[in-house]
Design a binder for this molecule. Structure first.
Ligand SMILES: Cc1cc2nc3c(=O)[nH]c(=O)nc-3n(C[C@H](O)[C@H](O)[C@H](O)COP(=O)(O)OP(=O)(O)OC[C@H]3O[C@@H](n4cnc5c(N)ncnc54)[C@H](O)[C@@H]3O)c2cc1C
Ligand code: SF4
Length: 345
């Protein structure tokens, strides 16, 4: 029911006199007021992700929300004095920091090397079954665009650039990158990362695909490949598939694909080497050889992209490293760290 147009339809057609909202009010407590005042486009919509609210309810800790990282933050006071703030990286962490700092009166410039905002979040919403989360991303980008933040896309920030600009405060929200694991023979394979898969700057070749890392990202990539008719083997070292997913979403995903005839799930699997004859693995304690693959997609092994932070050790202004650049985690953590940084500077 959390869409303004649906609510209007139900009310206009006399199907109900009153509508109660649950999660949509966590995402935006001003939802009803914004509808009453004719501002439905400014509502932060719930993305039905269950990734923050439900997790917090289960652990009996204060509520958090992916769509609204400010939900329990106390409103920060105005900036005294306003500072020149440079933020590098327009993923969730950088966007939240920029919007929060700007709302307090700081003069904020946000730089992003890609030609779009959102960072990895823009990849996350491309997965099958996660399209509702695009509402959350859209809401955050809308807030950013309505703010006074000066946004610079397609601009890769270097240490020299920062030293020349010499901001009062530098917030590094450069995210994470994927590393290719060191497995013998992997260099002779056609390999791509999940980032490259979603960014579509590399094409999946052939029909038989190995997904390395059957966590949330790996399983989402596998589901997309299956929908394209590919044959998929998804493996991971530990014995639990997609354990990093919210349990409800995980169960729905497993119901959709676990028994798919073209999917082989291989938990408890260690890859030993790639050879022209196939891939030698230890699967549940036994050595076996899998037939060769046309494409290998890396969906594990995130590492902080903190090269810029390393190169800027000499920077003497106030400096913060937030989000995945500090430690790869998730959207909610990145948002919260962005709000905190924007509130504290
Ligand atoms: C496919 C996929 C699905 C995911 N699904 C989920 C999910 O369902 N739930 C969840 O919580 N998390 C999910 N994640 C993880 C989540 O997206 C990340 O944890 C989160 O986006 C981290 O936010 P961030 O702002 O710290 O970094 P990022 O989102 O990585 O953003 C960093 C930005 O900095 C830019 N940048 C880097 N260096 C420079 C530079 N020198 N100059 C200019 N710009 C620079 C990058 O281009 C990037 O846009 C998913 C990740 C992927 C890849
Ligand atoms: S955490 Fe996700 S599901 Fe929960 S209220 Fe926020 S956007 Fe909706």
């Amino acid at each position: 029911m959390g869409y303004p147009e649906r609510i209007e339809k139900v009310m206009n057609e006399g199907m109900a006199d009153c509508i109660a909202l649950g999660r949509p009010l966590i995402a935006d407590p001003d939802f009803p007021n914004k509808m009453l005042h004719g501002e439905p486009d400014s509502i932060l919509l719930c993305g039905a992700c269950l990734q923050a609210c439900l997790k917090k309810v289960r652990s009996a800790t204060p509520i958090e929300c992916m769509a609204n990282p400010w939900v329990t933050a106390s409103p920060p006071g105005p900036a005294t004095p306003p500072k020149r703030v440079m933020i590098v990286g327009a993923g969730p962490a950088g966007m939240a920091a920029a919007v929060t700092a700007s709302a307090r009166g700081h003069k904020v410039s946000l730089f992003e090397q890609r030609d779009f905002t959102g960072g990895q979040f823009a990849f996350a919403v491309k997965a099958e079954g996660k399209t509702t989360m695009s509402r959350v991303l859209k809401g955050m980008i809308g807030r950013l665009q309505q703010s006074n933040v000066s946004i610079h896309l397609k601009q890769k920030v270097t240490a020299d650039f920062v030293m020349r600009e010499s901001p009062d405060v530098l917030i590094l929200a450069t995210g994470a990158r994927q590393s290719v694991p060191e497995i013998e023979g992997i260099e002779a394979q056609y390999v791509m990362t999940a980032f490259e898969f979603y960014e579509k700057n590399k094409k999946v070749k052939g029909d038989r695909i190995l997904v390395l890392g059957a966590g949330m990202v790996g399983m989402e990539v596998a589901e997309t490949l299956l929908s394209e008719g590919k044959e998929v083997v998804a493996c991971r070292r530990s014995d639990a598939i997609a354990i990093d997913m919210d349990p409800i979403t995980r169960n729905l995903m497993l119901k959709r694909i676990a028994d798919h005839p073209r999917l082989k799930l291989m938990p408890s699997t260690k890859l030993l080497d790639f050879t022209p004859q196939g891939v030698k693995v230890i699967y549940k304690g036994e050595e076996i050889i899998l037939d060769p693959f046309d494409t290998v997609i890396i969906c594990s092994g995130m590492e902080p992209d903190n090269a810029l932070a390393e190169a800027l050790k000499e920077f003497r202004g106030e400096k913060r490293l937030i989000g995945d650049a500090a430690e790869p985690a998730n959207i909610e953590a990145a948002f919260v760290q962005g709000v905190t940084a924007g509130s504290e500077i």
